[in-house]
Design a protein around this ligand. Structure first.
Ligand code: ATP
Length: 136
């Protein structure tokens, strides 16, 4: 069965939305395989976001992700990678569809980086690499 990495970003943890987000994942029928609360090191975040290095939002993104605890979930289910990204909604919370995590719970805070509550791996290759990075 397929697995993916979900992160509740520091805004989601700070706003006490961990339970609400996990509720949506479980209600959809995905299984929770592993979870942890951690303060991410810069080295971990640099590896996780290596593809964005050099972009204008890269440094604000790393600083945001370092700003408080993150919850990491390993979840499993048929087509869970695609399915979680559908649950999360598109990157910009202002225009993310109502019914999605970002569309229902997120908003634009007028800052340099989208504080959009969650991250989900976007392909089988990134899920494998990110699960190894965050859980092994
Ligand atoms: P999605 O692919 O649905 O956007 P993602 O989390 O995989 O979700 P990425 O494109 O990998 O998005 O970007 C990583 C994160 O960087 C985003 O979730 C968001 O927090 C931030 N980000 C991405 N693009 C921008 C942007 N143009 N302006 C501000 N922040 C951004």
């Amino acid at each position: 069965v397929e697995e993916t990495l979900v992160l509740i970003k520091p805004d989601g943890v700070a706003r006490n939305l961990t339970g609400e987000i996990l509720r949506r994942i479980e209600a959809k029928g995905y299984s929770l395989v592993d979870m942890k609360l951690l303060q991410a090191e810069r080295s971990l975040l640099a590896e996780h976001y290596a593809e964005h290095e050099g972009k204008p939002f890269y440094e604000p993104l790393i600083e945001f992700m370092e700003s408080g605890p993150i919850v990491a979930f390993r979840i499993a289910g048929n087509r869970v990678i695609e399915g979680f990204r559908a649950l999360a909604g598109t990157t910009d919370p202002t225009t993310a569809a109502p019914g999605t995590i970002r569309g229902d719970l997120g908003r634009d805070w007028g800052v340099k980086v989208q504080q959009n509550l969650v991250h989900g791996s976007d392909s089988p290759e990134s899920a494998a690499a990110e699960l190894a990075l965050w859980f092994d």
